[in-house]
Design a protein around this ligand. Structure first.
Ligand code: MG
Length: 407
């Protein structure tokens, strides 16, 4: 039984269904409240003129790792075309979707934006191929995982403040950044920081709604933009996509409204409608869950089952879409060909630095944890920097000699 005041407060936060947008900014009782933040690892005076989560967002935007995202692969390697998504444009699309939904649910928009902007900071060059290769190189030394690396970037690797390493972000932003964590890593991290963001993986609890939302927005963004990039590359066709009910439905509706539409405008309109439908679906579905579960605070949210997601109907459609993207795009021989080359670049760089650490900058070469230092150094590289290093250190040409526009 939900007490009347809380039910009214939740109703106020959810009172603006999508058709009544723009919704006013309301911070619901179940949202993260910057005034009640669990704080930073190194205490700092309260920020002036902005709240704690806005400060986190601003620190992320000014970080070096954030700027590197522009030259890191999402699916297509950076040199394959100027219009494909990079980690940076992917990140901005995630932030846009997450903010839209946050407003509709009365969540803290700046926090969700901070999490979205930081969520891929730990990615290696060359996308998942780079991570797989680095993980293999690190197998006997703790492995490599990009979510953990994102946390390392904001906790340790950024070096720009006089009195601490990292960006010293608030707990709530760090909680959102550590999206996944296996039990071995969770136990290790929790030993050094018992109330830290890894503790939930030991306890089996959920993160805040802002963190859950950033995760769903990530999935929405890459599904949609990978279709766009896949079609742009010629590896996906509209025909292969209309086997999917979600694409068929929007394709037919667009052609009903605009019978003469074709080409890229038709694809854009199909994707635009698909994304809009997903945004409204998440707001409506989560709104219903929040009314039903009525969490009184973010701590109550953390004890509940996961709340942010798609309705069952859309979840099925999204799962079908992912299967087609996997089969037709991510496993396409042309994509696999470049990812094989990327794996080789990372593997070779690792071996060379291991044999001759002096090839790395002094602050990495001087570290006692040699394998982790190499992993940190390689993970921080952009695609083109890694390629230049490969060329410099091996004298060989990766990617069949494909030249970077910037070289
Ligand atoms: Mg992402």
């Amino acid at each position: 039984m939900v007490c009347g005041d809380r039910a009214d407060a939740i109703e106020d936060a959810l009172a603006f269904p999508a058709e009544n947008w723009p919704a006013p900014r309301v911070l619901a009782c179940y949202a993260c409240d910057p005034v009640r933040s669990r704080g930073r690892r190194h205490p700092e005076p309260a920020p002036r003129g902005r709240d704690e989560f806005q400060r986190d967002r601003d620190r992320i935007v000014h970080s070096t790792a954030f700027r590197r995202l522009v030259y890191k692969t999402q699916v297509f390697v950076n040199h394959e075309g100027d219009l494909f998504r990079t980690r940076l444009t992917h990140t901005l699309e995630v932030a846009q979707l997450a903010r839209s939904i946050a407003r509709g649910l009365g969540l803290h928009e700046d926090l969700v934006e901070a999490i979205a902007l930081a969520h891929d900071l730990g990615h290696t060059p060359f996308g998942h191929a780079g991570q797989d290769a680095l993980n293999a190189c690190m197998r006997a030394h703790g492995g490599f995982e990009h979510n953990l690396q994102s946390l390392r970037v904001v906790d340790e690797l950024e070096q720009r403040y006089p009195s601490f390493d990292g960006l010293n972000l608030s707990f709530e932003t760090r909680e959102g950044i550590l999206k996944h964590c296996n039990r071995v890593d969770a136990h290790a991290l929790s030993r050094s920081e018992p109330a830290g963001p890894a503790a939930r993986f030991v306890a089996g609890t959920r993160p805040s709604l802002e963190a859950q939302l950033a995760n769903v927005a990530d999935e929405m963004a890459y599904n949609a933009h990978d279709i766009d990039d896949g079609v742009r590359s010629g590896l996906l066709t509209m025909d292969s996509l209309t086997e999917l009910s979600v694409m068929r439905r929007h394709h037919a509706a667009v052609l009903r409204d605009h019978p003469a539409l074709g080409g890229r405008r038709l694809l854009f309109e199909v994707l635009r409608r698909m994304l809009a439908e997903q945004v409204h679906d998440v707001i409506d579905f989560c709104g219903a869950r929040l009314r039903e579960l009525a969490p009184a605070s973010v701590d109550a949210v953390r004890q509940m089952p996961s709340i942010v997601g798609f309705s069952d109907e859309l979840a099925d459609e999204v799962a079908a879409l992912k299967r087609v993207l996997m089969r037709e795009l991510y496993r396409h021989p042309q994509v696999v060909g470049t990812t094989d080359a990327a794996r080789e670049v990372v593997r070779q760089l690792f071996d060379v630095y291991l044999e001759d650490p002096g090839q790395m900058p002094t602050d990495y070469a001087a570290r006692g944890d040699r394998h982790r230092a190499i992993a940190d150094y390689i993970a921080g590289m952009t695609d083109r920097y890694a390629t230049r290093e490969y060329r410099r250190l091996t004298g060989r040409e990766p990617f069949n000699g494909f030249a970077f526009a910037a070289d």
